[in-house]
Design a protein around this ligand. Structure first.
Ligand code: HAM
Length: 436
């Protein structure tokens, strides 16, 4: 058999993270963590494999039938690599609900797998910031969760002009379908799935499909779905408590400066478990059309484990669309420190022992130090350190070993100072602090 060359490409729809890529991801995750921890959220995690039944019971049909990586393990169990975190989270909360103290504020940044067609903003493996709160039924929780979503983007320097939060409540959509249009369950189901895909099809096609379902009510239906301001909804809606609540949420967020939260009756969210408020965050720049975040209230998920209900609300935010968003708006820093503080370059093998001792001393002082052991010419060693983004170097040769004095060079600023070993760490650490 002819040998087939192994491909160096990563599996379709996944990414390799070379150090410079990982640095960007680390930067993004640390900003996300900082933003959510400020609101008092605690981190959690779980395995990426679950029994498939968990997702069958909890996620939408689209995810389970078309998008999961599922297989039978060696013990005959039907298992799935998580396509989302919410079912796992609901399972964890249900399991320990007696010991946990509510309200529970938790977050996680898991990697998820969905068998999707890779495209801008969507891959097969991605990371997703999940922020969820359990145990608060009031609009205060809805307001907080949207404020956290807002704060995450603000943490990267985004402003209200850069993105828009589109918000709806599934109960209003149900009221619209059952009370206003008077359709039955089957039609309501088809209509809600169609509304969820509204943005993905031309207006004319959408109209015809709506007409297929609701006949002569199609125009009323489109007029409702195009409403941009909750206060101009038909009279029947305005007395409805949920409409009042949603108005309260939008008003309170606006009062707190979040004026880019708008009512959009066409926001449905594909997942079946949402029961109340639902929202999605979009880039205002057309280059990134897919949602940056999606979330909502799901009051029955924990109860599905056969225990008493605990209400939940939260959102998921993908690293791929967010990185596109940050790049489009120029919000990623030009350079992110590589994590190594100092490179020790050596003039010859005989000085390596001294360099290693100095490195050991400096590591204890809190620096990240790499010793060049390549044996190459000093110029090449310096070039390597510079290319790797290491900010400082010290070259070690005869003079340094004799005098125990070193020339500390700042590669970016082309500045140097002569120092003794006890001054090095303090100098570098204090400059790092100032520049952070
Ligand atoms: P979702 O709408 O399926 O919701 O995903 C939420 C976000 O995850 C999307 O808006 C997008 O940023 C990101 N995302 C989804 N699929 C991909 C993909 N293939 N590649 C890159 N990013 C993607 C959920 O997953 C819910 N479990 C979120 C949630 C948490 N609801 C309540 N708590």
């Amino acid at each position: 058999m002819e040998d087939k060359k192994l491909s160096t490409e990563s599996y379709k729809g996944t990414r390799d993270f070379y150090p410079e890529d990982l640095r960007i991801q680390d930067y993004m995750f640390s900003r996300m963590r900082r933003a959510v921890e400020r609101f008092g959220y605690l981190g959690y995690n779980a395995s990426m494999i679950e029994e498939t039944d968990l997702f069958r019971a909890k996620s939408g049909e689209e995810i389970v039938n078309e998008q999961t990586y599922s297989f039978i393990d060696r013990g005959g169990r039907d298992v799935t690599i998580r396509p989302e975190m919410t079912p796992t989270l609901a399972r964890m909360v249900a399991k320990k609900r007696k010991e946990l103290v509510f309200p529970l504020r938790w977050y996680s940044i898991p990697n998820l797998f969905r068998y999707e067609r890779p495209q801008r903003g969507r891959l097969r493996e991605f990371w997703q910031l999940n922020v969820d709160m359990f145990g608060v039924d009031s609009v205060s929780a809805d307001i907080e969760i949207i404020s956290v979503a807002h704060a995450v983007l603000a943490e990267f320097g985004a402003t209200n002009d850069d993105f828009v939060v589109r918000i709806n409540d599934r109960r209003i959509t149900n009221f619209f379908m059952y009370e206003y249009l008077g359709v039955d369950d089957a039609k309501a189901h088809t209509l809600s799935k169609l509304i969820d895909r509204k943005e993905k099809m031309p207006e004319g096609e959408f109209f015809l499909r709506v007409q297929d379902i609701v006949g002569k009510d199609a125009e009323r239906c489109i007029a409702f779905l195009n409403t941009k301001d909750i206060t101009v909804l038909p009279d029947e809606f305005l007395d409805y408590e949920t409409v009042q609540d949603l108005k309260k949420i939008i008003d309170r967020l606006a009062q707190a400066g979040m004026t880019n939260v708008v009512y959009d009756p066409s926001i449905m969210r594909g997942l079946d478990y949402y029961t109340g408020v639902v929202f999605e965050v979009f880039d205002t720049n057309d280059e990134n059309k897919r949602a940056l975040f999606g979330g909502g209230r799901y009051d029955d998920l924990v109860g599905l484990f056969g225990v008493e209900k605990v209400s939940g609300i939260g959102f998921g935010m993908g690293d791929v669309p967010v990185e596109n968003f940050l790049t489009t708006h120029g919000l990623l820093p030009d350079s992110i420190p590589c994590g190594v503080d100092l490179a020790l370059c050596v003039f010859g093998q005989e000085y390596e022992h001294h360099a290693q001792e100095l490195a050991q001393y400096l590591r204890k002082e809190g620096l990240n130090v790499a010793v060049d052991i390549s044996g190459r010419k000093i110029v090449s060693q310096i070039k390597t350190a510079d290319k790797q983004g290491i900010p400082y170097i010290i070259c070690i040769g005869d003079d340094e070993v004799q005098k125990k004095e070193y020339v500390l060079k700042d590669l970016a600023k082309h500045e140097e100072v002569t120092v003794t070993q006890d001054m090095i760490a303090q100098l570098i650490l204090s400059t790092n602090k100032k520049e952070r």
